[in-house]
Design a protein around this ligand. Structure first.
Ligand code: G6Q
Length: 544
């Protein structure tokens, strides 16, 4: 199989020429030339309004970007994903996270099996279990109801649920405390459980493979913690449930498979927050709100599959990112949610975007000679304004920004929300239009200070605005980014669904661990730097 190098496409070359032709054009010029620009360059779907007018694009750029998407086979690839083709070729797997939120009764078949029926069988078991825990009828070993839920998982088995819990905390049952333990650093576990009563604590061990070193280490520590406090190994049955694809390992750990919620190899870790990995989310929110979240995902899935590219939000966002990455030399995207509940959203997106598109070879194994996945980062507004926005406004780098905000606050209080949103709108405006030296001088600024106080502008951003942060809005927002990531991967000809790059470090850690633990001085055969670090650590540890 050979995949065409996208840089050899005529659409790619046309975009290169467009970038040169546009290089002297400022966003101020684009807005001045078209009074309707703010309206024209906007689109709406699944409750999300996307304003992409503050981007360095013309109608020609947009048309060329959509041509590139089409020429790259995006239409066919979307269909391939939705219909269960094994598009994750390096792992020989279908990519069907969209089946996890398909409406009940839909038919999505893989190898002759109706996946949606399987999905709802698990969702219904999760619902029954969640209802028991939330109503207090699930009793712990000593007969007490559960008040604390600790999700133990890492990567895709942590970031989605942790983000969703923070994002939707407003809707959560405040009688239940949720905690998330991911890091193998014992501090994470110790701090998560230090004030918990074991008799009221339920652990969810969330691991697709059930072999992940960090998660299994934390799970074993949790089991020991529980048994020490409740004084009986039998307590594990009432205080541990598992979310996994690996029933054998779950049983070997001592969790009865009745208390296991399954999913499937066609769900990638970072695409799994709507699988049983969402059990903690369902426990926090309740069944109805959880299904409402799924409906938001589903609305964006349906939009992505059927809307023409020109009004297709994930396609527009994905192709804009291709534009900045490959034609304007941007290296990062700042994600700036103006909603404190979304404070974990940038961290979640880092995995989704960077583990998916951080690839240097195409699907056919050829090394790319163009840039792929951008670096995603961010913090909630307005906090970021008082720290790193300086660089975005006046620094030397081009950083496209995604502003995310809501028309209604979930915690209305005086004029807080208007202030918050005034800041979001103002930042996007300031970045785009800046402040010229003439304006600064006209304010009476001393000449020597004028350049310091000038804002060059022409700094692009998208604004995503929704009515309010609801479970459905969050679902639509996550699906928007999922499909935008996929769009980019198709243009680049890379596999957004594998993650071989995480393997080497794991293998080397497995080699170093016994060297750190050895009672006699081990023979080290690493490089001189690694050898020395290991010796220094061992010396300090032994107190010598
Ligand atoms: C995600 C990755 C990775 C994975 C974790 C946890 O796409 O595959 O982040 O989710 O390594 O894996 P387990 O769920 O198997 O423990």
């Amino acid at each position: 199989m050979s995949i065409l190098n996208p840089t050899t496409r005529s659409e790619w070359r046309a975009l290169q020429e467009d970038a040169v032709a546009m290089s002297g054009t400022h966003l101020r010029d684009l807005f001045a030339a078209d009074p309707e620009r703010g309206q024209r360059l906007s689109a709406e779907a699944a409750g999300l309004y996307l304003d992409y007018s503050k981007h360095r694009i013309t109608a020609t750029t947009l048309a060329l970007l959509m041509d590139l998407a089409r020429a790259s086979g995006l239409t066919e690839q979307i269909e391939a994903m939705f219909s269960g083709a094994k598009i994750n070729q390096t792992e020989g797997r279908a990519v069907l996270h969209v089946a996890l939120r398909a409406p009940r009764g839909t038919l999505i078949e893989l190898d002759g099996r109706n996946l949606v029926a399987d999905v709802y069988a698990v969702l219904d078991r999760m619902a029954a279990f969640s209802e028991r825990v939330r109503s207090g009828s699930w009793h712990g070993h000593t007969g007490r109801p559960m008040r604390n839920i600790v999700n133990i998982g890492i990567g895709g088995s942590d970031l989605g649920p942790a983000m969703a819990y923070e994002a939707l905390r407003h809707y959560s049952d405040r009688a239940l405390q949720l905690r998330f333990v991911s890091n193998v650093d014992a501090t994470d576990f110790a701090e998560a459980v230090r004030d918990l009563d074991a008799a009221e604590t339920l652990f969810i061990v969330a691991s697709k493979t059930f072999t992940t070193q960090e998660t299994m280490t934390n799970a074993r520590s949790a089991r020991q913690w529980l048994i020490e406090r409740l004084g009986d190994e039998a307590a594990v049955a009432r205080h541990f449930v598992a979310v996994s694809t690996n029933a054998t390992e779950v049983a070997a750990f001592g969790i009865h498979t009745d208390n296991m919620f399954g999913f499937w190899d066609w769900v990638g870790g970072r695409y799994s927050m709507t699988s049983a990995i969402g059990l903690s989310t369902m426990l926090a929110l309740g069944v109805e709100a959880y299904h409402s979240m799924l409906s938001g995902f589903q609305a964006m899935d349906a939009h992505f599959r059927s809307a023409p590219f020109a009004v297709n939000l994930p396609v527009i966002m994905g192709m804009l990112n291709v534009w900045y990455t490959n034609f304007l030399g941007a290296e990062t995207v700042a994600v700036l949610p103006y909603d404190h509940y979304l404070r974990r959203f940038p961290a979640y997106l880092q995995q989704l975007t960077m583990e998916s598109n951080g690839k240097g070879v195409r699907l056919d194994g050829a090394t790319v000679d163009y840039q792929t996945g951008a670096i995603y980062w961010g913090e909630p507004g307005t906090n970021g304004q008082h720290s790193f926005y300086q660089l975005i406004h006046q620094g030397t780098r081009l950083i496209p920004c995604d502003f995310i905000g809501f028309c209604h606050s979930l915690n209305p209080l005086g004029s807080h929300h208007d202030m918050l949103m005034a800041n979001m709108f103002a930042q996007a405006e300031a970045l785009a239009f800046g402040k010229s030296a003439t304006q600064v001088a006209a304010e009476g600024t001393p000449e020597w200070l004028v350049s310091h106080r000038t804002f060059p502008g022409n700094r692009p951003s998208s604004s995503i605005l929704a009515d309010r942060l609801t479970p459905a809005t969050l679902g639509a927002l996550v699906a928007l980014y999922e499909h935008s990531v996929f769009t980019q991967s198709v243009v680049w000809g890379i596999n957004a669904f594998d993650q071989w790059g995480v393997e080497l470090g794991k293998v080397l850690a497995g080699r170093i661990l016994p060297e750190l633990a050895a009672s006699t001085e081990p023979e080290l055969s690493h490089d001189s730097s690694t050898n020395r670090l290991i010796r220094r650590y061992r010396t300090a540890r032994s107190g010598a």
